[in-house]
Design a binder for this molecule. Structure first.
Ligand SMILES: [Zn+2]
Length: 305
């Protein structure tokens, strides 16, 4: 049975407008819609007067101008970055230059090399946080206090930011309402992603605001559905291997029926992420390096239940 993911895609906004979406919380959406960004990057502003900006967004002059103009009568005291994909962190440099606010993040982009085809969103190799944030660190401002939650998987440096008082989690690209997350090796890691989903389950956050798309109002149900979905996908990959299907493109053809062709490459990276995880668990072997081109097989033939 297919995991029932309670997708949420209803979102109302106007591009380039900083809009109030909850008490003490505003959002401005960048005009960078696409198959991996949904309607665009949502840049969040927390507080009033002295504010934190979360995920300044892509290097789009219209977006940067709109963010700065909207906040011209206020003071930006913190720039928080969930992770270093090009739709999240590049605008941090311009916002910092204009406001003097320091940037906060887990660290620079990691995994792979500059210019290498990796995650579909592309790495921002230029971002380095002024202040390195670790799991469990607290970031305090005027009237708000964030807890940093390290959630590697989508990228190794992914952070979520929690506001425990209203029970909000800014979930970045780790948990989104409109789509599953892209887990693309080498920086994306399926085992880390699954552990980072498990990490959210005992938390008490009542509402998630992902960087793309609307809020998630039943986060526990959502996270559990994503865990179930990946377990199903892993079972599908193992079924392929048992059926003698050992190449990523053939697995994608079998597992992703009716897939939008623009998502085929991302689906291949997701299957690869499962295969890398299965290799690390000694369940699968590859001929040569574990790439999308390699041939895969089961390491041990297990008796069927
Ligand atoms: Zn991303």
């Amino acid at each position: 049975m297919a995991a029932d993911i309670p997708y949420r895609r209803d979102i109302t906004f106007e591009y380039g407008r900083l809009e109030q979406i909850a008490p003490g919380l505003r959002r401005i959406v960048a005009r960078n819609p696409g198959p991996f960004t949904f309607r665009g990057t949502g840049t969040y502003v927390v507080g009033d007067g002295k504010v934190a900006v979360i995920d300044p967004g892509p290097d789009l002059p219209d977006h940067i101008d709109a963010v700065l103009a909207s906040l011209s009568g206020e003071t930006v005291t913190h720039i928080l970055v969930t992770h270093t994909h090009r739709d999240h962190s590049p605008a941090a440099a311009a916002v910092k230059a204009a406001t003097g606010a320091p940037t906060y993040g887990f660290g620079p982009h990691m995994g792979g090399r500059r210019g290498e085809a990796g995650a579909e969103e592309g790495g921002d190799w230029d971002f380095a946080p002024d202040i390195t944030v670790h799991d469990g660190d607290w970031i305090e401002g005027d009237g708000w206090r964030f807890e940093a939650v390290h959630t590697p998987g989508h990228t190794s440096n992914h952070l979520c930011f929690a506001l425990p008082d209203p029970g909000i989690l800014f979930s970045g690209d780790h948990v989104m309402g409109w789509s599953t997350s892209v887990i693309a090796p080498p920086d994306g890691n399926m085992a880390d992603y699954m552990a980072s989903l498990d990490k959210l389950l005992p938390r008490r956050d009542a509402l998630y605001w992902p960087t793309h798309g609307p809020a998630i109002t039943e986060p526990q149900r959502h996270v559990r559905a994503f865990i179930a979905h990946r377990r199903e996908r892993e079972a599908g990959v193992l079924d392929c291997l048992r059926a003698g299907i050992g190449r990523v493109d053939a697995m994608v053809a079998r597992l992703y029926v009716g897939l939008d062709p623009s998502l085929r490459r991302a689906a291949g990276r997701s299957v690869l992420a499962h295969l890398v995880d299965l290799i690390e668990r000694d369940i699968v072997a590859s001929d040569g390096a574990a790439t999308v081109e390699a041939q895969y097989r089961l390491r041990h033939v297990r008796p069927s239940a």
